[in-house]
Write a protein that binds this ligand. Structure first.
Ligand code: HEM
Length: 407
């Protein structure tokens, strides 16, 4: 039902790929098809006050940048929004924007939080949550898939992982949905700064409560771990709680809402899912390839390097477009078809290399639980109103998707 106008490749020199408005209000498939074919390593010129940056669109080149720790760093930010505006305030503290030995050490600590026992526990509650939300939606007959189904799924899982008290969860949801994206083109940036600060403050209190305790949740892990005998700095503890919350919440919501829209727009795939013709793990990978909750990754070049024949200079900002690599026709057969039986499916939805998404198990479990719930409980889905796309150059998804849902 999307009525967003398509941007033509001839407009490439006028558009700004770092603009949240562009990604919310326009379709960019043709632009990226053109970039992959003709200008795979493209330099977007400086615009207004904003510096220029590289746009990498082919699967092979995206992979090359992600893998190359020698020439690229996330320490000045891992997305255009921060890289083009002076860096990330959590640099060197939050995992995603830390590199080198410290990144390795902190990643090891956080990985322990995703134990098999913890994931088993979450999987069970996750399916119960999803089934409960679908049954409630079925009873009403009409609902907003973004707000009434997707919103509560990832937050519940990540809150279980961090053992956030149930009473605080709605409050955190309100904050996380404003930390990285907005519902309106003209929402002032202060809104998102206030949200970020409130999340940090919340975690600073929770970390204090859990210090010295013997619980096994992620917050306690960060509060009590030692690296070479020393505790993590307070800034590292807070920034990583924040990173888990943000990394785990909004992305998952967009994957789920996007999956529901894709099933509505592809009735043959809905039938294949319903008839049990597709393996749910395979279907989950295709839903993740298709929905691309993180549009791009960002890096700064730390030395001169050549990518696909073009020289990138030390200090240049480089963006790698997951949305484009996931549709690369040299890697995926019929990339513009949503095909739940697609295999192999080497998408970059969780990135690649040393910063590969730490929460990928959880992200996969959430989409799987939704596909499974839809398959078992829902007879039909129909879109009954226009969806609303969020304003962000990093995240991609909907804040509203009105649907009719029948058993
Ligand atoms: C990193 C996507 C779910 C925590 C990343 C990156 C991407 C991504 C693209 C790489 C960023 C970069 O290279 O700069 C997603 C998507 C998800 C999801 C699409 C859901 C469908 C989660 C969950 C958690 C999480 C559930 C936590 C519970 C993290 C963390 C990192 C990360 C901590 C940083 C890893 C590092 O730098 O070593 N994620 N993510 N993500 N994600 Fe996720």
């Amino acid at each position: 039902m999307s009525t967003r106008p398509t941007v033509s490749p001839s407009e490439l020199e006028q558009i700004d790929l770092a603009s949240p408005v562009l990604h919310a209000e326009y379709e960019l498939d043709e632009v990226f098809r053109h970039l992959r074919a003709e200008r795979p390593v493209y330099w977007q010129q400086p615009r207004n006050e904003q510096p220029g940056f590289w746009v990498i669109s082919r699967h092979a080149d995206v992979s090359e940048v992600y893998k190359d720790k020698e020439h690229f760093t996330t320490e000045h930010g891992n997305a255009l929004a921060t890289l083009l505006t002076g860096g990330d305030s959590a640099s060197g503290a939050m995992l995603a924007v830390t590199d080198g030995v410290r990144h390795h050490q902190v990643r090891n600590v956080l990985s322990k939080g995703f134990s098999a026992r913890m994931l088993d526990l979450i999987a069970h509650t996750l399916q119960e949550t999803v089934d409960g939300l679908l049954l409630a939606a079925l009873e009403r007959g009409e609902c907003d898939a973004a707000q009434d189904i997707a919103a509560d799924v990832p937050l519940g899982a990540i809150c279980d992982l961090l053992e956030i008290p149930h009473a605080d969860r709605k409050y955190l949801l309100g904050l996380t949905s404003h930390a990285w994206s907005t519902d309106y083109a003209d929402e002032p940036p202060e809104e998102s700064w206030v949200a970020k600060n409130e999340i940090l403050l919340y975690f600073s209190k929770l970390l204090k409560e859990r210090r010295g305790g013997d619980r096994e949740d992620m917050v306690s892990l960060l509060a009590n771990c030692r690296i070479d005998g020393d505790p993590l700095k307070a800034a590292e503890q807070m920034a990583n709680c924040y990173g888990l919350m943000i990394g785990g919440d909004e992305t998952g919501r967009h994957a789920i809402t996007g999956t529901i829209l894709a099933l509505i727009e592809n009735p043959d795939q809905w039938r294949a899912l319903k008839n049990g013709d597709v393996d749910l793990n395979t279907a989950t990978e295709e839903a993740l390839r298709w929905t691309v909750p993180s549009l791009h990754g960002g890096r700064k070049a730390t030395g001169d390097v050549v990518i696909n024949g073009r020289r990138i200079n030390a200090g240049d900002v480089v963006s790698v477009w997951i949305s484009s690599a996931n549709r690369d026709e040299s890697v995926f057969d019929a990339p513009d078809e949503f095909n739940l039986a697609r295999t192999p499916n080497k998408h970059f939805t969780f990135a690649y290399g040393s910063h590969y998404c730490l929460g990928h198990y959880l992200g996969r479990m959430e989409v799987y639980a939704v596909l499974d719930g839809l398959r078992r409980l829902v007879g039909d889905l129909e879109q009954i109103g226009e969806e609303r796309w969020i304003y962000s150059s990093i995240l991609h998804g909907m804040s509203s998707l009105p649907i009719r849902i029948t058993g």
